[in-house]
Write a protein that binds this ligand. Structure first.
Ligand code: PPS
Length: 289
């Protein structure tokens, strides 16, 4: 697949969609002033970003449902690099929560000098690829992914939004942010959301009661979010996101790759990813094969 210049922008080599990003929005992110009490959730695309947009306001405000019922997710917890940020930044409640798909080396200088905390959410790359394949079908501002097999090559070559998954993970796993960074996985959240919420709450020093944790877990379940119009992207016109082709909140499970990958594809995928992670000291939370 050759990358469409009409649809995508390259910012210092990083591929982003023009519909949601501009050179100005990326420069705005570079000049963004992080506050010490800001919280940033970083994800490679399709790792559970909108899940964090639901979770963070509730954890930070003690479980008050108002934001998730009244503010669309992209304004409630905006993307650092997207066009929306400049428009909504003044309206963000403190402590501010943001999300980002940027690799660590693209973070603005003020992030590095601030004490802002970051949650790096990782997901099994095989499930990311499956989720992304369907997302490319439903989002009119992304290129047609071609066949599943063709998209696998595109994904493995890193000719996709925000580049190679392995480069993203390496950049954040090696960021050496000490106690400013917490690592969590999508799979951990699927398996036991209350436990994941306790970890997030402890990391952010929120001290939530068990009752509040259970309430947040209920409101951040896949089923509840799928029915929340402020979080399921149903407010976006169908010409941009066509949920009849594939819903944004599609399956919400771990291991969907098993119904998509042939044994040859699994071998190819595993071989490329393992090679690119060779010599890295951080552990992977899942086996690659
Ligand atoms: S994006 O476009 O990068 O912002 O997408 P992102 O939000 O990172 O990832 C979308 C996938 O996350 C799933 N999701 C959830 N899974 C389980 N529980 C909850 N509450 C939840 N919210 C979002 C969503 O369904 C996409 O995964 P797939 O595998 O396609 O279902």
């Amino acid at each position: 697949m050759s990358l469409s210049e009409e649809m995508y922008l390259r910012y210092h080599g990083l591929i982003v969609p023009k519909e949601t990003h501009s050179y100005e929005s990326l420069e705005f992110a570079q000049g963004f002033k992080f506050e010490d009490d800001d919280v940033l959730a970083v994800t490679y695309p399709k790792s559970g970003t909108i899940w964090m947009q639901e979770i963070l306001p509730l954890v930070l405000n003690g479980g008050d449902l108002t934001p998730i019922h009244t503010i669309p997710n992209w304004e409630r917890v905006p993307w650092l690099e997207e066009k929306q940020l400049a428009r909504v930044v003044a309206k963000l409640a403190s402590p501010r929560a943001l999300v980002s798909h940027l690799p660590y080396n693209f973070m603005p200088p003020s992030f590095c000098t601030s004490k802002a905390k970051v949650i790096y959410l990782m997901r099994n790359p095989k499930d990311i690829m499956v989720s992304s394949y369907y997302f490319h079908q439903m989002a009119s501002f992304l290129e047609d992914p071609g066949t599943f097999d063709e998209f696998m090559d595109t994904f493995l070559e890193g000719k996709v939004l925000f580049g190679k998954w392995t480069d993203h993970v390496k950049s954040w796993r090696n960021s050496e942010l000490g106690d400013r960074i917490m690592y969590i996985t999508y799979e951990e959240m699927v398996q036991d959301l209350p436990a994941a919420l306790r970890r997030i709450s402890d990391f952010l020093g929120c001290n939530l009661t068990e009752e509040v944790i259970q309430k947040i877990a209920e409101h951040c379940s896949f089923k509840t979010m799928k029915n929340n119009n402020m979080s399921n992207f149903s407010l976006i016109p169908k010409v941009y996101l066509d949920h009849d082709k594939s819903p944004f909140l599609r399956k919400g499970i771990a291991g969907d790759w098993k119904t998509h990958f042939s044994s040859e594809q699994l071998a190819r995928f595993t071989s490329v990813i393992s090679k690119e992670l060779e010599g890295e000291s951080f552990p992977l939370p899942w086996s690659l094969d």
